[in-house]
Design a protein around this ligand. Structure first.
Ligand code: R5P
Length: 301
């Protein structure tokens, strides 16, 4: 395959794992930040191949979106035909409506921006709540949604075979249901009302939690407050322990500390965002999808 995978320094490990699984040459993009914060990118190849995969997980997304714009526009100018974005974590998906008057619907705007740049976008467990399919948010020719939940479910079942899976809000139902099916575990979901970035209210489902080993499962842990409040409630209801599993370990600021203080034991995540809690590697799943996408793109010419 006349293709290469480009990655940035801080994602060397997952990018190389993916390149090895997909049989692609992996090369790092040089990045220099000037004192005034402008970016200078440097390509590792004198000549670009006709197909390029760019690996960029979009946590802390703002600079990364500019990097992608610079990289892809340059690549197109150099004649690259097929550009595929592997963004294991896709940012701005939670702002899918204007929650307050005048707010911009970032999901559609960022999705549209990526669709203009790329021929295909692959991501893992994107936060699709009020819409069903990724291509509604990212209207690109090939919008591929993969999931880390089946492997997380297996990891949970190995460690807590008697776990009760609990989603902290209605949005998590899709992932909790899937995990419960794969691991053959009991599950339920809470309801959540968000009053502010760090202010959430959670109501537990009506089931007996006394003595249960609960695993809270969600797509994203950001400030950690959703998981912290859910943990406090679950422990107050008599649960024996609370562990946490998330696809995307954003854990902004002191989030990990916040959930530990609330009483969380173990934390398991996928490597869509590099974090000490990474338990599940997504490379084999992404590589399989990548091979299919290339088959279609190259087949189409
Ligand atoms: C939203 O519904 C997501 O699934 C997460 O529950 C949310 O993003 C977690 O945010 P935080 O950790 O800041 O409470």
């Amino acid at each position: 395959m006349d293709a290469a995978l480009l990655y940035f320094d801080e994602e060397t490990l997952p990018a190389k794992r993916l390149a090895a699984a997909a049989g692609l040459e992996a090369r790092p993009v040089g990045l220099h930040r000037f004192p005034d914060e402008e970016l200078c990118l440097r390509l590792p190849l004198a000549e670009l191949p006709p197909s390029l995969v760019i690996y960029r997980s979009l946590n802390r997304p703002n600079d990364k979106l500019v990097e992608l714009m610079l990289l892809v526009r340059h690549a197109r100018e150099q004649g690259v035909e097929h550009l595929v974005l592997v963004a294991p974590y896709l940012a701005y998906m939670r702002q899918d409506v204007a929650f307050n008057q005048g707010e911009l619907v970032s999901q559609r705007l960022v999705g549209g921006f990526l669709a203009e740049l790329f021929d295909a976008v692959l991501t893992v467990d994107p936060h699709l709540h009020r819409i069903e399919r990724l291509e509604q948010a990212v209207p690109v020719r090939h919008a591929i949604t993969l999931s880390g939940v089946p492997q997380l479910a297996t990891a949970i079942a190995e460690r807590r075979p008697d776990a009760l899976l609990l989603g902290p809000d209605i949005e998590s139902q899709q992932w909790v249901e899937c995990a419960a099916r794969v691991a053959e575990l009991e599950y339920d979901v809470c309801t959540k009302k968000r009053h502010g970035d760090l202010d959430v209210e959670i109501v537990l489902p009506s089931l007996d939690l006394a003595g249960r080993r609960v695993v809270l499962l969600d797509d994203i842990a950001s400030s950690g407050h959703t998981l912290a409040v859910a943990t406090q409630k679950v422990l107050s209801a008599g649960a024996a322990s609370v562990d946490v599993a998330v696809t995307h370990a954003l854990f902004a600021g002191d989030a990990l500390n916040v959930i530990r203080q609330a009483g969380v034991g173990e934390v398991w995540s996928t490597d869509t965002i590099a974090h000490e809690s990474n338990t599940v590697f997504m490379a084999p799943v992404i590589a399989r999808a990548l091979r299919q996408v290339f088959g279609i793109l190259i087949g189409q010419g």
